[in-house]
Design a binder for this molecule. Structure first.
Ligand SMILES: Nc1ncnc2c1ncn2[C@@H]1O[C@H](COP(=O)(O)OP(=O)(O)OP(=O)(O)O)[C@@H](O)[C@H]1O
Ligand SMILES: [Mg+2]
Length: 244
């Protein structure tokens, strides 16, 4: 099977070298667990390997993403200028303010089909191989009921799959429930589910990553320490002493 190397330090070796090509994966976890950093790093590492990627943001404004990611040494603007990353702004439309972004919605409000057209236009423009959709709950805010949210996610997944890209969706899991996602739709999306935890105690070992499912892959079942540093996310082996 063809694998897409994420380039995230310590991660690919846990999933037989990378994500199965052309599928969609979920990164789930509570707030501040590192979902956005993980997903951005996937695109940045792709860009460094000359694999273009598109970031559909529904949560944070593109300007803030560019600014935040600079502290990991990732100059998104430069990648955008070189056609290796494009950001699609799905955040601003509902506020009725026009966006300055190259790929965005009209100020008239949220429109799923227009958003999907912009996403596909960005993918075509740079021949993207990787896509990030951040996040499903933020997409869901644009809909009145869960039925419409499910339809929206399924439509997006279908189009992305047809485009042949390998996608990370970010979402939140209620850890107490048996559900995989918030809307009961994420399991259709997910050829793999990665759960990030934040324990909120201790020093360096308070974050973990757990591969809950990865189709067609013999994967680690451990809770791996996850570290966020000025170089981004690193995944450690359970027994590894990395606090030195
Ligand atoms: N330079 C850094 N060094 C260490 N940790 C950092 C650094 N920058 C950010 N962090 C940590 O990463 C967290 C933010 O990560 P991220 O934005 O990826 O979370 P998220 O899961 O996307 O959250 P949300 O659900 O709010 O979108 C911060 O709360 C902070 O704990
Ligand atoms: Mg986030």
């Amino acid at each position: 099977m063809n694998r897409v190397r994420t380039g995230i330090k310590g991660f690919d070796e846990l999933i037989e070298g990378g994500f199965p090509l052309g599928r969609s994966f979920l990164i789930s976890g509570g707030t501040g667990t590192g979902k956005t950093i993980f997903a951005t790093q996937y695109l940045v590492e792709g860009a460094k390997m000359n694999e273009p990627g598109v970031y559909l943001t529904l949560d944070e404004r593109p300007e803030l993403i560019r600014e935040d990611m600079l502290c990991f040494g990732w100059n998104i603007r430069e990648f955008e200028d070189n056609g290796l990353i494009k950001i699609v702004d799905g955040t601003i439309a509902k506020l009725g303010i026009p966006s300055d972004e190259e790929f965005s919605l009209p100020a008239t409000g949220f429109d799923l089909d227009k958003l999907l057209l912009e996403l596909m236009r960005a993918i075509k423009k740079i021949k993207a191989k990787r896509v990030v959709v951040d996040s499903i709950p933020a997409l869901g805010l644009n809909f009145e009921n869960e039925y419409d949210i499910r339809r929206a996610v399924l439509k997006m997944v279908y189009l992305l799959s047809r485009a042949g890209v390998t996608t990370i969706f970010t979402t939140e899991i209620n850890e107490d429930s048996k559900q995989i996602g918030k809307y009961g739709v994420e399991e259709f999306v997910a050829d793999g589910v990665i759960v990030l935890h934040y324990m909120g105690v201790g020093t360096q070992s308070n974050r973990t990553l757990h591969i809950r499912k990865m189709r067609a892959t013999k994967h680690s079942e451990d809770l791996h320490p996850l570290q966020i540093t000025s170089a981004g996310v690193t995944i450690h082996k359970v027994e590894e002493d990395y606090n030195v």
